[in-house]
Design a binder for this molecule. Sequence first.
Ligand SMILES: Nc1ncnc2c1ncn2[C@@H]1O[C@H](COP(=O)(O)OP(=O)(O)O)[C@@H](O)[C@H]1O
Ligand SMILES: [Mg+2]
Length: 362
Amino acid sequence: MNLEKQGVFFRCVEDSSDAIMISDASGRLQYVNPAWQRIYGYSWSEAIGQTPRLLRSRHQGDDFYQTLWAEILDPAKGFWKGELVNRAKDGREVPVLLTITPYRRDGDGTVAGYMGIAIDQTRKKELEAEVIQQDRLASIGFLASGLAHEIGNPLGVIRGRAEYLAMRSEISQTVRDNLGVIVAQIDRISKLIYSLLHLARAERAGTPHPVGLQKVCQDVVNLMTHPFRQEGVALELLVPESARALVEADRLGQVLLNLVVNALHAIQSAKAGGRAGPHSVRIEARERDRGWELSVSDTGTGIDEEAMKNLFKPFFTTKEVGKGTGLGLSISQRIVSSWGGHIQVESRWGQGTRFRVYLPAS
Ligand SMILES: Nc1ncnc2c1ncn2[C@@H]1O[C@H](COP(=O)(O)OP(=O)(O)O)[C@@H](O)[C@H]1O
Ligand SMILES: [Mg+2]
């Protein structure tokens, strides 16, 4: 059987589920297969004649490409293989495992062009990042539970002594008031420790239970009080005691924490952009179709149309490298839909954003 005559080579390239591109010696694209077009979002006519620069993201700089080409042109090596992040037409960042190999002219053997094969790593990277995140949460959980004991016991003793002294009849009212302050401050520390403990318990997907939403929200508020106060932003909690949904408390805490952190980031950007405020974030719960809707509203930057399209995609972030991973909303969406709920967004550029998380109660 003559594979070449039957066009098998072409069909294999055309039907490959990995992205394949072929360029001439100057790097201009001459062929891209359907998987390439699907992964990067450019059509055939948009791609042909362009160079792969089209796919450059902010993650790799010029030195990266210099090393890459040096390896391809080095006769001893002759190809490049590695991981990088491309940018699709809609701005989505696509981590890929890419191999670039030159192909040669029959006869004189000079390089006629290059072939690139890119394997989409989005799902793999997302899982890796999630494992790292879970890992980190697990170690924080471990530390927090140790800390809760180490700090909790002496705090308990201090609190007990303060209460005991407050009951003695010979002390003045001023001393008694001061002892009251000590007790109140100790209670505040204890609350913080237990909030951290609850949130950091990184259990994997479990079974949903009826969970009181007020308690989960209060834990997040306890942890965020300091950063909000520092930024001069009000954090309001309007969740009734009766709000209950069938969820997992720890994971709902993570979802909510990401929404509240995102809201604070958006307000910081709005302030940096000249909108002095006053600014606030509000967490609210409303009963809705046999469940509860938790919403987080902010007075931050808002979300522009372009970002709106990509919001829930893994790795989509407008934050500087190190501040955001772009995974918060995509993971949150998966968590919430595993309970049969969903997340919606409304936003007005320059005014603010409201995320609404619907949680079923049965
Ligand atoms: N409340 C908000 N206001 C404005 N933009 C937001 C808000 N929440 C999310 N975003 C946008 O969505 C992007 C993705 O959010 P997320 O998935 O949590 O990842 P990350 O916070 O790591 O960037 C953010 O980078 C930001 O551009
Ligand atoms: Mg986030």
